[in-house]
Structures are given as C-alpha cells and as structure tokens.
Design a binder for this molecule. Structure first.
Ligand SMILES: [Zn+2]
Length: 232
C-alpha cells in the first residue's frame, strides 16, 4: 500500500480523535467535493483510498450514497501554533492566515478560540476508524460520526475543530458557549463556514465545533485579511 508524502499523521500525542465528516456548505449549498475537487485525481491516490476503505469494510456505495467525492490533500501545508494539547498541527497557508485573524479578532471581544485539530491525513483517518472497529463498533455506526478515509474535510488542510475555555472539546454543548455565538456571527467574515449543521444532507452528526475555510467566501474575508494583525 503506497504512502504519499503528506499522508502521515501530525498527531503523535494524546488528545481527542473525533473526525468530522459532513460535506455540506450551508452558505453556498455546494458540497465539499464541489468546492475542493479542482485538480485531476491521481489514479494512485484513488487506489490508495479505495484500499483503505476496503480494508475497513466501508460499503462500496459509501461515497455515491452520500454524494461525496474525495477530499484531496494539498501539496503544501504550514505549521500552525500548537493545538490546545500542545500537539503540532498543520493547515494551508491561507487557512492558517484566516484562522489567526479570526482568533485575534475574537480575542478583542474577550472570546477565547483555540485549536483542537486541523489537518488529518487519510491514513490517520484509517487508523482512527480501525481502532473503533477493533473496539467493537460496526462500520455503519462509525460512519455516522466519522468520515471514511479520503472523505474528511480535514484532509484538505482547511478544516479546524475549535474549542474554548470552560467547555470540553468536541461536544455538542459547544453550541451554548459565547465562542460559538461569536463564530456563528463572525466566522463567515473570515471565510469559515459551519460544515455540519443539524440535519445536514449527509446524515452526519451535528458538529458545532467544526469549521472549514472556503476561499469562495471572498468578499468580507478578503477585507478582513487586508487588515494588519492587531495581536500576536
Ligand atoms: Zn472536524
């Protein structure tokens, strides 16, 4: 089974391992696949993803039945600040710039945002699902809350899981925090959208902590990025 250069997990330390997997952009109505698949997909990558999914017992109609296409790993990723647990994380340069600006702007309103997770490779996703299978969950159960390898927005280096002080990581209660209220109002100004709203078309669990940077949100986003960084 071939491993391509960026197909390594950035996470060697302890921390939450929930992978997020809805693929619906509530703002534009476009699926993640429509947003991110702009380059030809190498047969090698397609084959590698197919092998990972076959090894997990992911149904062969998984992608088609959910309207998903592959989420490709970008050629270049940059190091972010360490996440809340001190682990190294990576994003695309543009997503990191947008995240940094958003976090700084939130801080000015005394809203604490911190990074829980960012880029994850398909191989990491495979290991994540494999551990759940080994622990006794069925693949159908797992796919209700985790994307199959190759289909997670985290593969794109544009998705982040966000936490805040006073709230456990990756729990639905995040929606009751001031941080979520702030994000709901302002994240779009920085190009971030909530990927997994309630009752999303992919049938994925509600994930108020998962936000994905989309270059298409260019208007207000570009305006914010033009501002000098006021903190950090
Ligand atoms: Zn996520």
């Amino acid at each position: 089974m071939s491993i391509w250069p960026l197909a390594r997990s950035p996470c060697k330390f302890s921390g939450p391992e929930i992978a997020c997997s809805d693929h619906y952009d509530s703002a534009s109505g476009l699926s993640t696949a429509q947003l991110f698949i702009t380059l030809p997909i190498s047969p090698d990558i397609s084959e590698h993803i197919a092998q990972l999914n076959a090894a997990l017992g992911v149904p062969s109609n998984y992608a088609a039945s959910r309207g998903l296409a592959l989420c490709l790993t970008p050629d270049e990723l940059v190091e972010t600040e360490p996440d809340f647990y001190g682990r190294p994380q990576r994003l695309t340069a543009q997503a990191l710039q947008a995240w940094s600006q958003m976090k700084s702007c939130a801080a000015e309103s005394e809203i604490t945002l911190h990074l829980i997770s960012a880029f994850r490779s398909p191989d990491y996703q495979y290991e994540l699902l494999k551990r759940k299978l080994d622990a006794g969950q069925s693949i159908d159960q797992i796919l209700q809350v985790n994307a199959a390898p190759g289909y997670s927005e985290h593969h794109t280096g544009r998705a982040i899981d966000v936490g805040t002080l006073g709230c456990a990581a990756l729990v639905e209660e995040f929606e009751w925090t001031p941080a979520f209220a702030w994000l709901r109002e302002h994240a779009g100004e920085f190009g971030f959208a909530l990927s997994y709203p309630r009752d999303n078309p992919s049938g994925m669990a509600y994930e108020p902590w998962h936000w994905c940077f989309r270059e298409q949100s260019s208007g207000a986003f570009a305006k914010n990025l033009d501002k000098p960084t006021r903190k950090e």
